[in-house]
Design a protein around this ligand. Sequence first.
Ligand code: BDR
Ligand code: CA
Length: 318
Amino acid sequence: MTKQKILFDTDPGVDDALALLYLHRHPNIDLLGITTVFGNAPISVTTRNARFLAEAWGIKAPVHAGAAVPLNWSGAPHPYPVHVHGANGLGNYPIAQEPREEMDTAARFIVDSIRQNPGQVRLLAVGGLTNLARALETDPAIADLVQDVVVMGGAFEIPGNVSPVAEANIYADPHAADRVFAASWKVTAVPLNLTGRTVITREALATISADANPEMQMVAALSQGYIDFYLQWGEAGMLVHDCSAAVFLTDPDLFTTRPGSVVVIKEGPAAGLTLQRLGAARYSPSEWDRRRTQLVCVGGDAAGILARIYDVCATPRN
Ligand code: BDR
Ligand code: CA
């Protein structure tokens, strides 16, 4: 079987780490590159973390640093979620390398990779969408050259996780998110509606990682504070946001999708709110008509998604 060519845009990030492990270990995935974005920590830290994980796990794909701030940004960035992902973005797992300033090459790398593999690249974005929006700005033609875009993000008709209406990745850069959903490429969103149900308990994580490969044992170790955060908020364990979106690449049948164009509210108290056009009612011509129909995973087989993650990530090293 031909391997899927994946570009992974990420802000590691505890749940990002599990997603990276899934992409690395999945036999049908060819990871072309990793691009980083601010979000769970500053860009120097998320990039350092991506390099750390890639080196620790023997991932050959290049790492390219990306955006440090959202599009149209004039103030200070939102506070980084140290209470969720730890002060170092990876659950305070010990990391010897210090973060450092790097050139922002992510958008250019995304464009070049898509141009070199027309019709073949799938973009998986599990952080704010600034790099994707900037890649589109650099070369709008990539929208018709990429295979598709899968985004972990959004909260459709349910409460958000960083504001009453917004999910963290969309809230990180609502202007970029709106551009990504408005473009002519095919986008599938894997929002909180589903990832709020893909939960791994501390006990299950201990069980699956006990005899697993060292990579999975590292993920289990760095996830402990993340689990504490979710337990404190009444969840049964850690919410598997980013890796659920990774599973969509390989096992779309486990997901229930809903078609309709998507708009993101960009400013004000509702910034980051994701709205999808539902039904085929006739309205006066508007911006909604000009947008491509995108897919939103409003549901899916949460147990099946977790089973795939266990199969791929937690098998013993052979
Ligand atoms: C998303 O926000 C980040 O904290 C996680 O890594 C995930 O991508 C969940 O809302
Ligand atoms: Ca993330």
